[in-house]
Design a protein around this ligand. Structure first.
Ligand code: HEC
Ligand code: HEC
Ligand code: HEC
Ligand code: HEC
Ligand code: HEC
Ligand code: HEC
Ligand code: HEC
Length: 376
């Protein structure tokens, strides 16, 4: 009973992240504003249309510099480039009769599952996740992709059971290799974690840009790079979200960060809706779809790593909330009678979701009183 509940919770958490409109419906399509809006999760172009993030860095300085250390920039890595695997060349995890190891040799990491009767070894195929909290690994075995049953947990500095592993002990060594992924599952991972690695029917993590590169959000940039080199009008040939309306900018993010509509369609129970920032934000009194200050990009620079100091967001709140007795004309929000600093620290509490090791920030900005129940 206990086990089933845990499994149910895990599946719900991952399902919440995985069911996005961009992947399986058109409900969240961003509206064009004078130009076609590029959809990160619909990368149906030719490989040759991409220039690669390195090419952008030849002319643009600030975005590439920040992007290098961002979670999105390193959301998928080739195993040879995973810093966790190179810092920890020998990792081990025991589970019942099974032993799992990740062993690095000559820059390559090999996964081995063994028991008293034998062992199966395969080189890692892909590392998924920047490792803010954890990094997951995929292998190929007998023509089938698997998500191996162990992840690297960054805070602990060691392997732990994968968030998607079957809570029951596997019955055979073959079953102990992890969760089989169909080609559709793999495409799903990559559409969110590494969009430019999927081109038409082709999945290519060797020659294509891994992670959420510049062209994931700006579309293929080969024509733009060539036009700029040829001295064509500045900025030609590239999709620029700066020109979008506030809700369109957010819709771009919400193709991968579960949109409010797709979360609503899942009828989330308890805390499960918190994995969708949009769903929670839109239930907040601060929300205004036409106000730039309430859009995702107002608080988050898509080129940079997440800012983890909550006090650093104060100016975003104060742009709408008066600080003293006199609200400015453009400040629709009231003054706080309690605090002047670290607004988000009190009004955007962190929430844990059963089955997930990630602590999510509740984007339903509100007066969160100690001991009060979580408002669904
Ligand atoms: C040969 C130089 C060059 C290369 C290579 C280049 N750009 Fe640009 N880009 C420019 C210039 C010049 C502008 C116009 C000035 C500006 O906005 O910085 C520009 C503008 C832009 C804009 C704003 C467009 C607008 O309408 O406001 C975006 C977005 C952009 N580039 C993204 C990229 C991406 C992504 C890549 C890599 C695929 C890239 N650029 C490669 C030179 C370049
Ligand atoms: C192509 C899919 C995709 C798009 C589009 C996208 N994101 Fe992300 N984003 C992700 C994934 C996947 C991660 C997790 C990265 C990791 O840690 O591996 C992430 C991580 C983040 C993080 C850091 C989260 C953390 O826990 O550290 C922030 C902040 C963020 N995204 C904001 C945005 C904003 C703002 C936009 C829109 C401008 C956006 N994202 C668009 C897929 C996307
Ligand atoms: C719908 C888009 C989507 C799909 C599909 C998806 N993810 Fe994610 N994933 C995310 C986002 C967004 C985050 C960041 C969560 C947050 O911080 O809010 C994330 C986080 C993660 C993390 C934790 C990253 C870290 O830095 O701690 C791992 C690992 C991960 N995903 C692996 C996978 C794997 C493996 C698959 C495919 C089986 C997959 N994801 C499918 C969007 C997606
Ligand atoms: C997760 C999505 C995402 C990724 C990845 C991304 N961008 Fe952007 N970029 C945006 C958004 C959204 C804007 C508009 C920001 C705004 O208006 O607040 C933008 C704006 C820009 C601009 C225009 C800035 C201006 O002042 O008008 C340039 C140039 C640019 N990006 C270049 C890049 C380069 C180069 C990379 C790769 C290193 C990159 N971007 C990666 C989403 C992204
Ligand atoms: C008013 C400011 C604000 C707005 C608007 C906002 N966020 Fe956040 N977001 C935050 C703060 C504060 C954090 C917590 C940072 C920390 O403590 O690490 C956060 C954290 C995150 C994280 C990291 C995972 C987590 O839950 O902690 C992601 C991903 C994210 N936001 C995505 C989004 C998206 C997508 C949107 C638009 C739908 C959005 N945010 C709108 C302030 C904002
Ligand atoms: C786009 C403008 C805007 C932004 C940005 C904004 N707010 Fe608000 N907020 C409002 C409005 C309007 C209300 C409703 C009037 C009021 O109660 O002040 C509100 C209400 C609130 C409330 C009362 C909620 C309730 O249920 O009674 C709190 C608390 C709050 N905001 C805190 C914040 C914090 C903290 C931030 C930054 C993380 C923030 N707001 C960002 C506009 C905004
Ligand atoms: C120490 C925690 C804390 C901090 C820091 C804090 N608040 Fe508050 N805030 C509260 C509490 C508690 C209330 C409810 C007060 C009451 O009604 O008793 C509140 C109330 C509010 C309200 C509702 C006011 C009304 O009249 O309805 C707004 C708006 C607000 N805060 C915004 C902010 C902003 C903006 C900041 C940062 C400048 C901030 N808060 C910092 C705890 C905090």
């Amino acid at each position: 009973m206990q086990i089933n509940r845990e499994l149910g919770a895990r599946l719900l958490w991952m399902a919440a992240l995985a069911v996005v409109s961009g992947l399986n419906s058109t409900a969240q399509t961003a509206q064009p504003v004078g130009e076609a809006v590029w959809q990160p999760t619909h990368p149906a172009v030719r490989v040759g249309d991409y220039a690669g993030s390195a090419s952008c860095a030849q002319c643009h300085i600030s975005e590439p510099e920040k992007h290098r250390t961002s979670e999105m920039g390193s959301s998928v890595t080739r195993p040879a480039e995973s810093r966790f695997l190179s810092e920890h060349p020998s990792l081990r995890f025991e589970r019942g009769p099974y032993t799992y190891t990740l062993q690095r040799e000559g820059g390559q990491t090999t996964f081995t599952a063994s028991d008293a009767h034998g062992k199966i070894s395969e080189p890692l195929f892909l590392a998924v996740g920047s490792g803010k909290v954890f990094q997951a690994y995929l292998i190929q075995h007998g023509g089938q992709y698997y998500r191996i049953p162990v992840d690297y947990f960054t805070a602990q500095g060691k392997l732990g059971l994968d968030t998607e592993a079957d809570p029951a002990l596997p019955a055979s060594l073959e079953a102990a290799l992890g969760k089989p992924l169909t080609l559709g599952d793999l495409r799903g991972c990559l559409r969110c974690h590494s969009p430019a690695s999927v081109v038409g029917d082709r999945i290519d993590i060797v020659s294509l840009t891994p992670g959420i590169g510049c062209e994931a959000c700006h579309g293929p940039g080969g024509k733009h790079a060539a036009a700029m080199e040829a001295g064509k009008p500045a900025g030609a040939g590239i999709f620029s979200p700066s020109h979008l309306l506030p809700q369109e900018k957010s819709a771009l993010c919400n193709q991968c960060h579960t949109s409010a509509s797709s979360m609503k369609a899942q009828n989330p129970q308890g805390v499960h809706g918190v994995v969708s920032p949009a769903y929670r934000l839109e239930g907040s009194r601060c929300w205004n779809p036409t106000d730039e200050r309430a859009s995702c990009t107002s608080c988050h620079d898509p080129h940079a790593a997440l800012v983890r100091d909550t006090a650093a967001y104060d100016d975003k709140c104060i742009s709408c909330h008066a600080q003293g007795t006199h609200a400015l004309a453009h400040q629709p929000g009231k003054t706080c009678p309690v605090g002047k600093r670290d607004c988000a620290g009190c009004h955007m509490p962190k929430v844990s979701v059963p089955g997930s090791p990630i602590l999510f920030t509740d984007h339903r900005i509100r007066i969160a009183r100690a001991g009060a129940t979580y408002p669904e």
